[in-house]
Design a protein around this ligand. Structure first.
Ligand code: ZN
Length: 250
C-alpha cells in the first residue's frame, strides 16, 4: 500500500492541484489537517480533498474556521483569515470540518499513526528534538506522521541516538524527491511538509508518500503557480502578508 500524505493545505487549491498532478501512484490519502485557514479557496479545497477519501485528522484552523474553537489566541492575520473563512464556507463544508477526528488516528498500517500537532496534544508544535523525544517516549508508534509546523522532515530515534531528518533536494526545478528507508529498530516522527503554506524557506508545495511494503518514505517538492494563489488572497481582501509569505516560504 502506498499512502499519499498531505498536511496544511490551508485553502490553497493551486498548490493542492499541483501536488495531485505530480504525485506518483498511491492507493490511499492520509490528511494531517489544516485543510483550511489562511488561503482563499476553502470550499474548493474541501470538495477536492473529500472526493479523494482516506484518513482525515483535524487541525486547529479547521476547528477555528468551522466554529468549534475560538481564534482568540491566533495572530491577528490568522484570526482575520479564520473570520473570513467562516463567512464563506458553505454550511455543508463547515459541518464536514466539524466531523474530523482529533487524532492520534491509526492507519491501515500497524504501528503507523497520524496526528496534526503531536502525539501528546493536537495543537502542540514539534519543532525540536526535545519536543520529539517527549512526544515519542511513551508511545509504541513506529512512524508518526505529523503536521502543524509547516516544516518538512522530522526526527528518527534508535536505541543509541536521535537524528534530524532533513530532505535536501538536488534542484529547485521540476518534481524533486528524497527517499529514506524506514528501519525496524528506529522510530520516526515525520512531517510531509505543508502543501499550501510552506515555512521552511522553500515556497514549493510539499508532500510525502509512505510505501508500507517497501518501508520507504519519500519526501517531495513541486512548484505551483504561486501568483494565482496570491491573486485569490488579494481578491478576497485577505491580509497581504498571506500572499507575500507564499512567495517567501515562511
Ligand atoms: Zn497549519
Amino acid at each position: 500500500m502506498r499512502a499519499l500524505i498531505l498536511s496544511d493545505i490551508h485553502a490553497n487549491i493551486d498548490a493542492l492541484e499541483a501536488v495531485l498532478a505530480a504525485a506518483p501512484a498511491y492507493d490511499v490519502v492520509w490528511n494531517l489537517g489544516d485543510i483550511v485557514g489562511y488561503g482563499a479557496a476553502p470550499n474548493e479545497v474541501i470538495e477536492r480533498i473529500r472526493s479523494l477519501g482516506g484518513i482525515f485528522v483535524r487541525g486547529n484552523h479547521d476547528r477555528a474556521c468551522s466554529g468549534t474553537r475560538s481564534f482568540d489566541d491566533f495572530s491577528s492575520i490568522a484570526g482575520r483569515a479564520a473570520k473570513w473563512t467562516r463567512s464563506v464556507l458553505t454550511p455543508e463544508n463547515s459541518a464536514w470540518l466539524q466531523t474530523l477526528s482529533k487524532g492520534p488516528v491509526t492507519t491501515e498500517s500497524p504501528l503507523v499513526t497520524c496526528v496534526h500537532g503531536s502525539l501528546l496534544h493536537e495543537d502542540q508544535y514539534v519543532v525540536s528534538m526535545r519536543d520529539a523525544w517527549l512526544a515519542m517516549k511513551d508511545s509504541a508508534s513506529h512512524i508518526t506522521f505529523f503536521g502543524h509546523t509547516h516544516v518538512q522532515g522530522g526526527f528518527a530515534a534508535s536505541a543509541r541516538e536521535w537524528q534530524n531528518v532533513q530532505p535536501r533536494f538536488p534542484s529547485s526545478r521540476g518534481l524533486q524527491e528524497v527517499t529514506i528507508a524506514i528501519e525496524e529498530n528506529r522510530r520516526y516522527l515525520l512531517n510531509p511538509g505543508s502543501v499550501g503554506q510552506p515555512r521552511d524557506h522553500d515556497p514549493r508545495a510539499a508532500f510525502a508518500i509512505y510505501d508500507d511494503a517497501a518501508q520507504l518514505v519519500s519526501f517531495y517538492r513541486v512548484e505551483y503557480d504561486v501568483r494565482l494563489a496570491q491573486m485569490r488572497i488579494l481578491r478576497a481582501n485577505l491580509p497581504e502578508r498571506l500572499a507575500q509569505r507564499l512567495l517567501e516560504g515562511r
